[in-house]
Every structure is written in C-alpha cells, then in structure tokens.
Design a protein. Structure first.
Length: 125
C-alpha cells in the first residue's frame, strides 16, 4: 500500500473502525485504542493512540496482508493540506526518523486539521 520509496498512497476514504477491528486487533498492544480508520478499495490505514498502522491486502483472495507499524514517537515533522473548492482531496505528509516521508491522500470530507492535531498530541509528548 505505502510505497516508501515513492512516498505516496491511493486516496483514502474514512470508514467505521469496527470494519477492520477484527483484522487489526491481534497486532494491537494492551490498552491501544483505534482513533480513525481510512480505506482504499482493499488497503487501509489505522490511526491509533500509539502509531499509524498500514495494511496492504495482497493477492487475488486478499488473505495475505502486509502490516506496517509507524510509531508516533518516530515522527520528526508533518504537514497537512486542506481541501479546496475544486480540489476536494486533502493530504497528510509525515516524516519518520529512519524511514523518510510518507504521504497519504484523503478523499471526501476529512477533517485533516483534526488529524494534524491528533499527530501533534502524540508526537510532541
């Protein structure tokens, strides 16, 4: 899903975290909470109070999955771009220590400023 070399991802739409809870819960640590979830056609990202989790659903059947865990403690900087009148998508760029830039594009009415505030609350501790 996230091509770390090209630092981009397909456009994500917000979903109810309950839709992916069964798939992600085995990798969550005790007391970790899911705050937001966003999905493309098959892949998705999950914002928790500890990290950003990306899930790349692979293969024809979709049973094979690649989970990437990006802890908020490793965020060095981030940038949000709000939607406009003609460009309805918003963007989030994150720079992770030792990894580089990760870029997420969101479709629809996503409160990207709230996402930026969420990252700040955890990355600036």
């Amino acid at each position: 899903m996230i091509d770390f070399k090209n630092a981009s991802v397909m456009k994500l739409g917000e979903i109810d975290p309950g839709e992916i809870l069964g798939d992600v819960s085995p990798i969550l640590i005790e007391s970790e909470r899911i705050l937001h979830a966003f999905k493309t056609v098959r892949d998705y990202v999950v914002f928790t109070d500890r990290r950003l989790i990306t899930v790349n659903v692979q293969g024809i059947t979709g049973k094979k999955r690649d989970y990437s865990s990006l802890p908020w403690a490793r965020v060095q900087a981030w940038s949000v771009e709000t939607a406009g009148k003609l460009d309805l998508d918003s963007e989030l760029e994150l720079w992770f220590s030792g990894l580089g830039k990760v870029r997420l594009e969101f479709k629809g009415k996503v409160d990207i400023r709230a996402i930026g505030q969420l990252i700040g609350a955890f990355a600036l501790r």
